[in-house]
Design a protein around this ligand. Structure first.
Ligand code: DHE
Length: 500
């Protein structure tokens, strides 16, 4: 450890003094972790105010990347720079320690979930009408990743009604109750929050895993189903009070343990579909208060498909995976392979949308690795158009009453561009750059399908509102690294142009 304490941060001075008095052997990585990192990342590396630091949660970052973060800190977060305090070798050893599994495998089951439970307000104390004057079914929820907040926007006037803290690192769409009053958020660290949009207050929270992908409500609204990659499990909770009902280990029919890629509500089926990342099957799950009565049906797949979309009747699953080329169409009823789609790269089907043209339903999907969007006829599964774009895209969005589909250009030098595609001609009619040089991504329509909202995904970003017909900007609301935006009315009506 270096003699110089650096310029800042009172807590670090305290930690420094602890280290200064520690014996030489205490410089080992585990001790450095305990003294410097555990206060934010938890004594067992499972996360606390900071994220978990385990091989499974660090997986996407290289050793060099993590060394840089430890040395330089992370801007706009509470992660300080340790470059003034630690020698390069100490940082390297610390990072290698973080990338090794802990001596004792982390455990996160019913007891740990129950122990994390916290209620903020009694159900009886919730207000009986909204605390704001705006149409409660035309609200937008904007997730602001920059400082882990969400904003509530009035979807008629495009003004902010409220802004409130959320768990850190939210991912996936928040899920609304059928009346649109409550919303469930999920973070990558497993924290779930049920929030009352009328009372503008958190109601209950729980940690349902160490690393979580997303959540789905059962169509009857009774249960919340959670997709975990650590532990490898599907967790079922009571959707109102967040008491754990069941932890279902994710194992294929042959016993192979799998990460859970995602869970999706399937309203016409009364079930939740579970996408698995490591085994060639999907599950259809109907939870029950008594786990002995829940139903779980395995649907065989031609290969593991972890990025999926459904037809509006939820008879078919269209899925792709990182390892395969193309996509498959599989009947949810009997696992019959209906078609194989010749799409190159990695179509991001979870972000695709469907719409009707000349009486035929088309599916349009962005591609995470290729500069094109693909349009597929959902009756005969022909690729009807490949539309070249300025770079790989992440999100597509439309609305039943809009003549357009909007797609972003998420990666590459043109990540500030958003293409507007004509549903009839399947040609790009405009390319907008709401903030030149800055990433513009993720689109959501208002309830009437008249306006499209785009996120400027930057620390000092914004939500930009366009008139969908004139393509003229009508409002710009500052926001801190806004990611997804969700219109309550579109979500609870299962509007065809948006995600569910
Ligand atoms: Fe997402 C939704 C998977 C990286 C922002 N993302 C989803 C869903 C899946 C998914 C399966 C649908 C679940 C849902 O909404 O309930 N995302 C993945 C990945 O596999 C991938 C590529 C890698 C990963 O590490 O998870 C990935 N996603 C990202 C990002 O890097 C994004 C841009 C920033 C972030 O927050 O991490 C991101 N994903 C989003 C958003 C949604 C989403 C905003 C909800 C979109 C919606 O409109 O519903």
């Amino acid at each position: 450890m270096r003699e110089r304490a650096g310029s800042h941060l009172a807590p670090l001075l305290f930690l420094l003094s602890v280290l200064a008095t520690a014996p030489a052997a205490a410089r080992e990585a585990a001790v450095l972790y305990r003294d410097l990192c555990a206060v934010c990342h938890g004594p067992d590396r499972l996360g606390a105010s900071g994220p978990p630091l385990l091989p499974q949660t660090l997986g996407r970052r290289s050793e060099a990347d993590i060394v840089r973060i430890v040395r330089e800190g992370l801007p706009a977060t509470r992660m300080p720079a340790f470059g003034d305090l630690l020698e390069a070798e100490e940082i390297r050893d610390l990072v290698r320690y973080l990338r090794r599994p802990p001596d004792k495998p982390p455990r996160f089951g019913m007891a740990e979930i129950a122990a994390s439970h916290r209620r903020f307000v009694a159900e009886e104390a919730l207000p009986d009408r909204p605390r704001f004057a705006a149409d409660p079914l035309d609200l937008f929820l904007v997730v602001e990743k920059g400082d882990h907040h969400a904003s509530l926007l009035d979807g008629d006037r495009f003004v902010r009604l409220a802004r409130f803290p959320t768990p850190r690192a939210l991912h996936g769409g928040p899920k609304f109750t059928r009346d649109g009053r409550f919303v469930h958020f999920a973070s990558r660290d497993g924290w779930l929050l049920r929030y009352d949009l009328w009372g503008l207050q958190p109601v209950v929270k729980v940690r349902a895993g160490i690393a979580t992908r997303n959540i789905a409500l059962t169509p009857d609204g009774r249960f919340l189903v959670v997709a975990d990659t650590l532990p490898r499990a599907v967790v079922v909770l009571d959707a109102v009070d967040y008491r754990p009902v069941e932890v279902i280990p994710a194992r294929g029919a042959d016993g192979t343990v799998s990460r859970v890629a995602a869970v999706y509500q399937a309203p016409p089926r009364g079930s939740v579909i579970v996408a698995l990342r490591d085994v060639a099957e999907a599950w259809e799950l109907v939870p029950a208060a008594d786990p002995a009565r829940r139903r779980l049906r395995r649907i065989p797949l031609p290969e593991p498909l972890d990025d999926v979309l459904f037809d509006p009747a939820y008879r078919l699953l269209v899925g792709s995976s990182r390892s395969s080329r193309g996509a498959w169409v599989v009947a949810l009823g009997d696992g019959r392979v209906v078609a194989r789609l010749p799409i190159e790269g990695f179509p991001h089907l979870a972000s695709g949308v469907t719409f009707v043209r000349d009486g035929r339903r088309l599916l349009i999907t962005p591609n995470l690795t290729r500069p094109e969007v693909t349009v597929v006829d959902m009756e005969d599964w022909r690729v009807v158009a490949r539309i070249p774009t300025l770079g790989p895209g992440f999100f597509a969005r439309s609305h039943r009453s809009s003549p357009h589909v909007w797609v972003d250009v998420f990666a590459g030098p043109h990540r500030d561009a958003v293409h507007v595609i004509d549903k009839r001609t399947l040609g790009i009619v405009a390319t907008l750059r709401p903030a030149p040089g800055r990433r513009s991504a993720h689109i959501e329509f208002d309830r009437e399908g008249r306006h499209a909202l785009v996120s400027i995904m930057e620390e000092d970003g914004a939500v930009v509102v366009y008139d969908d017909r004139t393509l003229v900007e009508v409002a710009r609301i500052p926001a801190r690294h806004p990611s997804g935006k969700y219109n309550v009315g579109n979500k609870i009506r299962f509007e065809e142009g948006t995600s569910h």
